[in-house]
Design a protein around this ligand. Sequence first.
Ligand SMILES: [Zn+2]
Length: 491
Amino acid sequence: MTDVFEILQKDAAGRIGRLHTPHGVVETPTVMPVINPNINTIPSSEMHQFGAQILITNSYIISRKEELRKVALEKGLHHLLDFDGPIMTDSGSFQLSVYGDVEVTNEQIIAFQKNIGSDIAVPLDIPTPPDVSYKRAEDELETTLERVIAAREIVTDDMLLAGPLQGSTYPDLRVHSAKSLSKHSFDVYPIGAVVPLMESYRYADLVDVVISSKKGLDPAKPVHLFGAGHPMMFALAVAMGCDLFDSAAYALYAKAGRYITVDGTTHLEDLQYLPCNCPVCSAHTASEIKSSSNSKELLARHNLYVTFAEIRNIKQAIREGNLLELVEQRCRSHPSMLSALKRLYNYSPWLERLDPFSKSTFFYTGPESSKRPEIVRFEERIGRLNLDGKVLIRSRSLKGEGNYDHVLNFKPPFGAYPIELSEVYPFNAEIPDEMDPGAIGVALQNVIELINKNRNGLFYLNLPKQYTDHPLYGDLKKNAIPLDEMPNENL
Ligand SMILES: [Zn+2]
């Protein structure tokens, strides 16, 4: 199938989309709860009440167990799981990565997924772990590409087919993987083998993997971050253009007594109070959950509620155009997440090309905000300003502004821009009264470059002390005249 995905709204590289499957339309971004057909922590039939629109299960496990296999083949996957919405099926690649071998071929597992009525099938790709030798990553990627492209030729009906992207931690292989599969028009592109990066908190490396994969893909195609199920990193991943996630975490964490929040994970044993309003946490105290005979199930339910609440938060942020503010908040929950935020903004020129031009209000939330795509766009645009005559750069309106040919407002982290744009996004930014030196430095540097590009202009400055105290102000003064150092008759 082609054109199964439509994009309704965008922010940064994130989007709200609609994925059309044989069992209905899924609004993305969303999480697919992982259903282990052997262990029923929460019945699939109840998944809708948490906000789940689509599930994911493992066709390899189903094919290997006679009683599951029989029901799935005779009555269908949806009957087996008792779920009437879309179901994606994995192929056994995960088992391949854990056990080194699986007793099924790519062709067999694709045919099986088709025969049980899967909505989205996955070929038997090779999940190459991070940091292997380049040679191994390259060889395994070639095998993956052969298998995945072979699967494309087999699947010709309305079942969607995923084209998993591999390439270990080598950005060029990730790009190659994405470009090669793009030629064959898959319906969903999972980014594979990233679980080891997340398990070891290597979120900055995850940013490299995701963005290099995205760079090789048509931006109109849906992307699944395979194995990502912790809500702490959803906003970051969505801002990079991931549309689908899958959570085994809700059940696995619960099994280990772990309570998920958007800031991380806490052991239930350490909680005296429950920082959540979900139906489980509203109806129980921490000690009631601890002493309950079904505490694991209660935890799993809470974990799912908090997972889907974050998805709703993210979708609302996309609607309001403040997804990056949400990302900046979430990335302050852990030093590794903060590293990931910094890495993300290294890609601001890429983000800038995907980011919608106009949004509501730019909220400055910390030094990292100075590297946002809006600042990159501003720096490019300000380079095109042509200024001659007398130019005033100030941060509040002054008497006698009519005597100047141009009046620019100064605001960190941007720099100086025509006052007519003050109420226009992103210059209507909300910034703190006390700016951090990094943001002031970015703005002063932008003004220095503006003056250097406009040698025919005569620049006057009127800036408050918190800006003039910055070391870069000395450089700025070399080519501009501070108003307090100038006799009045010059005006
Ligand atoms: Zn809760």
